[in-house]
Design a protein around this ligand. Structure first.
Ligand SMILES: [Zn+2]
Length: 404
């Protein structure tokens, strides 16, 4: 059996939430961020615990941490500070796009349609085989061109620093056409990747990273490259592993303020790039921006739907469960079915938990909202190293929040 049981479930709104809900999301996020204490979620040691974690039911993964993870349309990104993406399709007329769609759809390039938890992938690119990684499930390793290139680039940087590094395991990215990929809630739009840590020599996929087996140097080099050389939207790593990596980074002289911007562990700053989510002691979950593929999707979405190339993307309402509520009561309240809610949240049983956030599918009335424009925030780069410190530091190099 393939052990691609990504324990990850990412709750998140489908980009259609009303402004009020978005503000509340922001509050929830802020609350969740500051309430995570160092060590929170640290795994119980031992092989038994590891087996239990591998086997455990995915509804447990819908938690506050998951709810913290949005849909890729980060409302806190100031459009003026970020980069608006440009797609080659922007220069084409509707008629030209429609003609290509009919005659040569591949020429339109990859498109990441909609939210990562309610999206689709069009003209996806399969992660190639390489002697630097092993695809655990090649049939579900489809992403955007940007995702594939970004992964390749970050892994190449590790090999540049540490020639002869062992293979990483790459788990799920997305299905060929995106959409729901069990057991995940995200991984729907070609921008999410599950990948192993660098562990000691004989490691296997989905093995838990611990102080005893984690290759801190290579894993940190990899994560650092993701942050500084690619457009990464978020990285999910268990707090216990964040601690090991952050301690290593400090030891080798990385800037403490920058590390506090980057790691949620041991930091009280909101919106860290690397966040804790349950189930991520045995793999890293990376979400990339794919500005071109996302922007192409915005441009072509109505035509893709019109021609039946993709189904309209799903619409969800986020609901924080209260004590005493059941899937049945939620289904009645929102005019949907228990099965539909189970599907939308990757639930295997009907048990739900108070205070957790669930995606409730909207009844399909009227056209789905098209995907939204994406603004890629500036990369969070470390300050120049001491050796370079004599030259003037420009504000944008120092990052947006280092003055605080
Ligand atoms: Zn994942």
């Amino acid at each position: 059996m393939l052990s691609v049981l990504c324990a990850l479930v990412l709750a998140g709104c489908a980009g259609s939430a009303p402004e009020a809900a978005r503000s509340k999301d922001r509050l929830l996020r802020a609350t969740a961020s500051v309430s995570v204490e160092p060590g929170a979620g640290a795994p119980a040691p031992g092989a038994a615990a590891e087996e239990a974690a591998d086997a455990h039911e995915h509804e447990d993964e819908v938690d506050e941490d998951g709810a913290e993870v949005g849909d890729g349309l980060d409302p806190t990104v100031d459009p003026a500070a970020g980069t608006r993406a440009h797609s080659p399709l922007a220069a084409m007329t509707e008629a030209q796009i429609e003609e290509l769609l009919a005659k040569d759809p591949a020429a339109l390039g990859p498109m990441s349609v909609g939210a990562t938890n309610a999206g689709a992938l069009f003209n996806g690119v399969r992660m190639p085989e390489s002697d630097r990684w092993e695809l655990v499930d090649p049939g579900h390793a489809w992403g955007t061109r940007e995702t594939v290139d970004a992964l390749d680039r970050a892994i190449a940087e590790v090999h540049r620093q540490f020639p002869g590094s062992p293979k990483l395991y790459i788990g799920h990215i997305s299905a060929r056409d995106g959409g729901r990929l069990s057991p995940h809630k995200s991984h729907q739009a070609g921008r999410d990747v599950d990948i192993s840590y660098f562990l000691d020599a004989r490691h296997r996929w989905y093995q838990r990273a611990t102080a005893a087996n984690l290759d801190r140097e290579r894993t940190w080099a990899f994560v650092r490259a993701l942050i500084t050389e690619t457009d990464v939207e978020l990285i999910l790593i268990d707090s216990s592993v964040q601690r090991l990596l952050k301690e290593h980074a400090l030891k080798i002289g990385e800037d403490r303020d920058w590390l506090d911007e980057v790691f949620q562990y041991g930091s009280r700053k909101p919106r860290a790039l690397i966040r804790h989510a349950r189930g991520h002691a045995n793999h890293i979950h990376i979400r990339f921006y794919s500005p071109v593929a996302q922007e192409s999707a915005v441009r072509a979405y109505p035509l893709l739907v019109k021609r039946g190339a993709i189904k309209p993307t799903a619409q969800y309402v986020r609901h924080t469960a209260k004590k005493g509520q059941t899937l049945g009561s939620l289904a009645r309240q929102y005019g949907t079915t228990v099965e539909a809610i189970k599907r939308a949240n990757g639930l295997r049983s009907t048990a739900i938990q108070a205070k957790r956030v669930y995606n409730i599918p909207r009844p399909s009335s009227g056209p789905a909202a098209p995907p939204k424009h994406v603004v890629v925030p500036p990369r969070r780069l470390p300050p120049p190293r001491a050796a370079e410190a004599s030259r003037p530091v420009r504000h944008e190099e120092a990052g947006p929040s280092l003055g605080g």
